[in-house]
Write a protein that binds this ligand. Structure first.
Ligand code: MG
Ligand code: MG
Ligand code: ZN
Length: 371
């Protein structure tokens, strides 16, 4: 009698916990159809932390549950540059600093855009730098040096990229070889705009879209760039998901790195907060869609940035740190080798927790998507 009672009480509990486990397993086995990779160039934990102290609203970084760390060293050096850092994400290999989509021996390595374009997956690139700059370039181009912007622009023209937005117009229409790539882009099915983001809903989904909105880099946030990064990220998502297509988007907050190089904390923090807004756009879509994996990471840290307590002087002239006030400080004008956080949301996101190498991001994307 006693045993039966216990059994009756336990069995429904077991059933319940099995159902919960099944649902969880289903969720974890779900294959994402879309991937949005958001890269904030030059962003370590202190840069991210600045959003928690200096943004007026709650940072979108807070919306993630799966978090990991990557080691970012390049093939030959402890401290990576953006080219090797992005090539690790885009092609899955560690290479030398300066390399765009080529291995340590300078041979081309298939990038994620090449891999998925043949599978009818749409691709998009957004950056607040020139679209030919090291980070976006590594996803669609192959060059032995990041300085070969004119060649990288030709690779973009011939790539499978379906949507791009950023600066870099001069590499298309003021080229050393005299070619006018704006005309050639149009021949290659692109609708090109050099003025501003437009309503794209009139553009047929079989066409492609390219925005080149600055001669070189886009303006800084502090110089009135406005919502370009968020708007272009949201527009890329809308454009590429037309007709139920699947997509891969790389969207970069390029200038957080530049604020770090200049040891300019207001430049850095304004760019970081802008990037956090773009994260919000990606997560809003992913939450509604349910089939989208969002990954947020960086290629490396820049500036040796720290949220230090403000140094003050007592009346007797002795120094102390005032723990009630933050004074952002820097330890270098270059990059650093600190481990870099990875935030992931959506189906497959759990594989991005842990501590691993930067090029494993590529492996993990292919593993969870089956691309
Ligand atoms: Mg970088
Ligand atoms: Mg970059
Ligand atoms: Zn840099």
């Amino acid at each position: 009698m006693k045993l039966t009672k216990i059994m009756l009480a336990v069995v429904p509990l077991m059933l319940l916990s099995n159902t919960t486990n099944d649902a969880k397993a289903k969720e974890e086995n779900k294959t994402p159809k879309n991937v949005i990779l958001l890269i904030s160039d030059g962003t370590g934990l202190s840069q991210i932390s600045s959003a928690f102290y200096f943004k007026d609203s709650e940072p979108n970084y807070k919306r993630f549950q799966n978090i990991g760390l990557i080691k970012t060293s390049s093939s030959r050096q402890d401290v990576t540059d953006s080219a090797a850092g992005a090539t690790a994400f885009a092609c899955g290999v560690k290479t030398y600093n300066g390399a765009i989509g080529v291995a340590d021996d300078s041979t081309s390595v298939k990038n994620i855009v090449e891999r998925v374009s043949s599978k009818n997956i749409k691709t998009g690139m957004v950056a607040t730098s020139s679209i030919t700059h090291a980070t976006p370039a590594s996803f669609y181009a192959h060059a032995v040096s990041r300085s070969m912007n004119d060649d990288i622009a030709v690779d973009l023209l011939n790539s499978g990229v379906d949507y791009f937005a950023g600066g870099g117009l001069e590499h298309f229409n003021e080229r050393k070889d005299g070619r006018n790539l704006l005309k050639e882009l149009k021949k290659n099915k692109f609708k090109v705009d050099t003025v501003g983001l437009k309503d794209f809903s009139t553009i047929k989904s079989k066409r492609k879209v390219g925005y080149l909105l600055a001669k070189d880099a886009m303006p800084k946030m502090e110089e009135g760039r406005g919502n370009f990064l968020s708007d272009a990220t949201a527009q890329a998502i809308q454009f590429l998901s037309q007709d139920n297509a699947n997509f891969f988007i790389m969207s970069e907050g390029s200038q957080i790195d530049w604020g770090g190089h200049q040891n300019n904390s207001s430049y850095l923090i304004s760019e970081l907060i802008d990037f956090d807004e773009a994260i919000g756009k990606a997560l809003d879509f992913a939450e509604k869609d349910g089939n989208t994996l969002v990954i947020v990471t960086s290629d490396h840290e820049t500036g040796g940035f720290t949220l230090a307590a403000k140094k003050k002087k007592r009346e007797d002239g002795s120094e102390y740190s005032d723990y009630s006030e933050i004074e952002p400080t820097f330890s270098t004008g270059g990059h650093s080798a600190t481990l870099i956080p990875v935030f992931a949301y959506g189906p497959g996101s759990e594989v991005f927790s842990g501590v691993y190498e930067n090029n494993e991001i590529y492996d993990k994307i292919l593993k969870v998507t089956g691309w």
